[in-house]
Design a protein around this ligand. Structure first.
Ligand SMILES: [Zn+2]
Length: 147
């Protein structure tokens, strides 16, 4: 049977990264970058391990993708992330001219959408709500366990 590599498939790969972060005591956010239907970079939140507030899943994946491509611009790339990016990551994804961003759960408090999608590059296509419940549950579980 032919495997369908759709948005849900790649979001599931981002979820695997997010769960990995949770096992390391990091906030469970995961990201993958896809080019020509292939994953070229993965990342998850590493702010605790790296002692670095900028080590968000998107930044890690963005840097890994740029290294893979040998190009700082993520043209023809889709970044999948389990949680709505924060304004810092939206800014970084803007600088990278990321072609497409897909996120799962929304983040009403810290997400960039409060400021509007103008934070993204004008050519960036945006989609959200893919596997929303799974992505949101992971966050809820994590913060319940920490309390
Ligand atoms: Zn961020």
């Amino acid at each position: 049977m032919l495997k369908v590599y759709d948005d849900a498939y790649f979001m599931r790969q981002a979820l695997i990264q997010a769960r990995l972060a949770a096992t390391m005591g990091e906030i469970p956010v995961g990201a993958v970058v896809v080019a020509s239907g292939r994953i070229i970079a993965r990342g998850h939140n590493e702010t605790e391990r790296l002692n670095d507030v900028t080590a968000h899943a998107e930044i890690i994946a963005l840097t890994a993708a740029a290294n893979h491509l040998g190009d700082k611009y993520l043209l023809d790339c889709t970044l999948y992330v389990t949680l709505e990016p924060c304004p810092m990551c939206a800014g970084a994804l803007h600088w990278a001219q990321t072609s497409r961003i897909v996120y799962g759960a929304s983040d009403d408090k810290r997400g960039f959408m409060r400021f509007g999608r103008e934070l993204l590059h004008p050519r960036t296509k945006l989609e959200f709500g893919i596997l929303h419940d799974e992505c949101a549950e992971l966050m809820t579980e994590f913060f319940q366990r920490r309390r």
